[in-house]
Structures are given as C-alpha cells and as structure tokens.
Write a protein that binds this ligand. Structure first.
Ligand code: SAM
Length: 293
C-alpha cells in the first residue's frame, strides 16, 4: 500500500494544498507576501513569492526587502540577480535587458543552419546585453569564438562577467557602438531594440519602468535598428554566412525592404507561433549551401 493511502487525511484537499506549500518551502509569510503582490496587480504573485522566498533562504529581512522591491515592480530576475537562458545561468540586474525565452528561437535557428557542431565559427552579437545570445551560441558550438558589441556601459559589465564565467577565452565583449564591428563572421546575431516609444508606455510596469530604454526603444516605427543593421550587415558576413535577427510581433512584413543587400531566407516563429527570427544571407552567394565554414 502506498503511504498516502494509510495516512490520507479526511480533509484531503486542504491538507494536500498545505503539504504542497510546505514541500515548496513556502510558509505563511510567503503566502501573505503573495497576497500583497496579487493585490498590487502582479499576475505571477505566487510564483514570485516562492522564488523570492527561496532566494532569501529563510532570512526574514532579506525576504521583506525582496518583496518591497517586487512591489515597486522591479523584475524578479533583477532581485534574484540572475536569469536562465538556453540552460545558462546569466547574471543580470538593473541596466541590462532580462533575456526572454522567445530569443532562444535565434539559437534554435542557428543549430538548424549549421549542422556541424564542431565548426570553428566566427560569431558576432550586435547589442549583446547580458551576452545571452552569444554565450548560448558558443555553448552549442564548442570550437566557435565570438564578439559581443554593446553600447551601454551597465549592460556591458554584465556581459563581460558572464563571458568570463561561461566562455572564458572564447567570448570577447566590446563596449562600442555596433557600427564599430568588423567582420567577416559566419553568424551575426542581433536582438535589437524594436518597440516604438508609444507602445513602451503601454507595457507592463516591470518592463516600462525598470528595463533600459536603450534596449527597448526602436524609434518612431520601431524599425530604426533594422535600417542601421541593413546598412551594416552586408559588410560583416562571410559569403556563406548568415544573419539571424529577432523581430517584434507584427514586424515581419516590414523586414524585406530594410535589407536590400541581403536575401531574406525565412522567418521562423517562436514557440507561440509569432514570427520571431529573420534569417538573412548575402545576395548572389553561389557557393555550397551546406555547413558553414
Ligand atoms: C533588446 S536588447 C537585447 C539584449 C540581448 N541581446 C538579449 O537578447 O537579451 C538590445 C541591446 O542592444 C544594445 N544596443 C542598442 N543599440 C546599440 C548600438 N547602436 N550599438 C551597440 N549596442 C546597442 C542595447 O543597449 C541593448 O543592450
């Protein structure tokens, strides 16, 4: 007989729920905090309270301070000081964009484009932020090396520390405008700022009030960075190279004319079905379309 048959309480549903809470380490203080977060309009209140409870390690003062920050709508990842991306644990905090799962679409696409994981690729990541994309790509291609370009000093500091920890000797981070990049590269990634300022105002306060404007603001129509990349990318790619760029919801139709020097190969959806990654290659490349070298 399984233990729960012998010990099953009469008031099963309530007992069971309290048991789950204890197993997850959430006590009355955390449940109370979850209620406060929910009352402040935070949809993920319960999950957030659990994460912050675990982060505080049972220290009431640390927990209270963390909940106070969350009530100010600071992103949980900033309070925890890290965020998982492509199974990598990245250091993040105020001043750098929290990497999003949608961005993993670019890594999935790179793995499809380059079946040879041993390829000694040269990779660039334009606007590297925390270094998420470059470091994930280097984790998939162990003989590759890469450069992350970032113009924000705060973001660059995170990128440099993440690179030193996760890809020592293979990832170089540069605090420069991406126009300073010089190729040639096999793969160029970018998740540029692509939100029009008017839309930023309607975003969740976690994003609008805490994540860096320079990581979000794509100019009046959200497309300024793509215009700049359209001028830059043809000079950065090897003849058989590819550029993989993240785009925002509803932007797919605007992309092709912005890259007159490149061929738009395909647009890949994210896990929600939203067109998320554009794949570009140099025009008139007549070489072997097989694995990139
Ligand atoms: C949307 S965030 C992406 C961050 C990271 N790649 C990610 O996916 O999580 C865009 C990043 O590009 C940087 N950026 C914007 N314009 C830039 C430029 N002209 N040169 C270098 N970096 C730039 C921003 O500071 C920001 O860190």
């Amino acid at each position: 007989m399984r233990w729960w048959r012998r010990t099953r309480p009469t008031a099963w549903p309530n007992m069971r729920r309290r048991t789950i809470d204890r197993e997850d380490g959430v006590n009355d203080a955390a449940l109370e905090a979850a209620k406060r977060l929910a009352a402040a309009g935070i949809d993920s209140a319960r999950v957030d309270a659990r994460l912050l409870w675990g982060f505080a390690g049972g220290d009431a003062a640390t927990f209270d301070a963390a909940i106070a920050r969350r009530l100010q709508r600071e992103p949980v990842a900033y309070i925890l000081g890290h965020k998982e991306f492509w199974s990598l644990d990245l250091e993040v905090g105020p001043g750098v964009l929290v990497p999003r799962p949608d961005t993993e679409t670019l890594i999935e696409e790179a793995v499809r484009l380059v079946p040879d994981r041993t390829a000694p690729l040269a990779i660039a990541d334009l606007g590297t932020g925390s270094g998420a994309i470059l470091l994930a790509a280097l984790a998939e291609f162990p003989n590759a090396h890469g450069i992350g370009f970032e113009s924000s000093p705060a973001a660059f500091d995170y990128a440099a520390r993440n690179a030193a920890r996760l890809a020592p000797g293979r990832a170089e981070m540069r605090l420069v405008d991406w126009t300073a990049a010089a190729g040639p590269f096999d793969l160029v990634f970018s998740n540029p700022p692509y939100i029009p300022p008017a839309e930023i105002e309607s975003l969740d306060p976690d994003v609008r009030d805490h994540e860096p404007r320079a990581a979000l603001d794509g100019g009046p129509d959200g497309l300024d960075a793509y215009r700049a990349l359209g001028r830059l990318l043809p000079g950065l790619l090897k003849p058989g190279g590819h550029a993989l760029l993240e785009i925002g919801a509803g932007q797919a139709g605007a992309m092709e004319p912005l890259f007159p020097g490149l061929e738009l190969m395909r647009i890949t959806p994210d896990l929600s079905g939203v067109p998320r990654c554009i794949v570009l290659k140099p025009r008139n490349f007549l070489g072997n379309p097989g694995p990139i070298r």
